[in-house]
Design a protein around this ligand. Structure first.
Ligand code: FE2
Length: 364
């Protein structure tokens, strides 16, 4: 087999551009159980922005706000609202990652550069993906600092109990009508990803709306990016609603894995996270549809968890409502018990639930 030209060690971090990172950091700590671990801003010599690094398990979120109303960050927030700017990928060799991907058609945004402080050095480079989203390659062999050069370690100001979030399972992009294949080909050609699964509008449609989705994955499967586009339906699809409010393509949801979803979602609910709702009758045919599972159906029902089975096992999942006022980014919490798929059996119930929310917002 040909040697992989872009070996990835996983997701390094996800950076959000937001209007008030200080307050968003509080939300992710109180509601999602993340822990503040590092900070960069005026107090650490960074004049133009403030960034808060939040960690839980292997998940690392970076929340950044600009000090300057005319900066690229502020422009991004003005246009998109709070949203994901960077899906950073952890590599062994940034020079090679940048060269191989740009040689294959990726548009370079920043060339490989080394950043150093007393803790060592990190190399980074960025390429463009859908919308105004970037992939930043991060090489951090011997770096000993809390995050990146320029960041200082920070302790949370309050006691934070983690909720058991472990790692990012997948990050989903919504792209404009007719552009899904273009972006799938981008990941295949420029990043060497494989097409894992295709869902068409027969798989993902309700009485009113439809969408299409293809999942691409890197060689070791650590990085999975489903790409959605709207399909023709009687009414406006959730993907169209997203694109209308995000003002273009962008990250729709981040799925974070747990190994005890009953505990994780129970805690998140206690802390005020708002999840999508499926009606009680969703649970009526679980034994026939999914077969034997370790969990009590009563617990799934109480927490409104979804369950689905594929050839390799089953999975439990649930989706938050959007975490901003614009109906844009939301989160999925997922526990895989063997299953490698994405919960196709739940699509209908899920999309009907999303449509109820769209209708309440006046966007259906
Ligand atoms: Fe998902």
């Amino acid at each position: 087999m040909e040697k992989e030209f872009l070996p990835l060690k996983g997701t390094d971090h996800v950076e959000f551009y937001c209007g008030n990172a200080k307050q968003s950091a509080h939300f992710y700590q109180m509601a999602f159980g993340f822990r503040l671990s590092a900070y960069a801003g005026p107090e650490t010599g960074v004049r133009d922005r403030a960034s808060y690094v939040l960690t839980q398990g292997k998940v690392r979120l970076v929340l950044t706000t600009s000090m300057d109303p005319n900066s690229e960050i502020s422009e991004h927030v003005k246009k998109h609202g709070d949203g994901v700017k960077v899906l950073a990928l952890w590599v062994d060799d940034v020079e090679s990652a940048y060269r191989e991907t740009t040689n294959r058609g990726a548009i370079g945004v920043s060339e490989p550069k080394e950043y150093s402080d007393e803790n060592g050095s990190v190399k980074m480079a960025s390429i463009q993906t859908y919308g105004e989203t970037l992939h930043t390659f991060v090489e951090r062999h011997d770096y000993k600092g809390p995050f990146l050069p320029g960041f200082e370690a920070r302790e949370p100001l309050m006691h934070v109990e983690e909720v058991g979030l472990k790692y990012i399972d997948h990050c989903v992009g919504n792209v404009e009508l007719g552009r899904m294949n273009e972006w799938v080909e981008f990941y295949q050609k420029a990043l060497g990803f494989d097409l894992l699964i295709t869902f068409d509008d027969k798989d993902i449609s309700t009485e009113y709306t439809a969408l299409m989705s293809k999942v691409v994955s890197n060689g070791n499967g650590y990085v999975k990016f489903p790409i959605n586009e709207p399909a023709d339906g009687k009414k406006k699809s959730q993907i169209e609603e997203y694109i209308e409010f995000y003002k273009g393509a962008g990250v729709q949801h981040i799925a974070i894995a747990t190994d005890d979803i009953i505990h994780t979602v129970g805690e998140m609910r206690k802390r005020g996270v708002d999840f999508l709702y499926v009606p009680d009758n969703y649970y009526d045919d679980i034994p026939e549809r999914v077969g034997a599972i370790d969990e009590e159906i009563e617990d799934l029902k109480r927490l409104n968890l979804l369950v689905d089975r594929d050839d390799s096992g089953y999975l439990l999942q649930i989706f938050t409502k959007p975490v901003e006022d614009r109906p844009t980014l939301f989160y999925e919490i997922i526990q895989r018990k063997g299953a490698k798929s994405f919960g196709k059996g739940n699509f209908k119930a899920l999309f009907e639930s999303i449509e109820r929310e769209q209708a309440i917002r006046g966007n259906l």
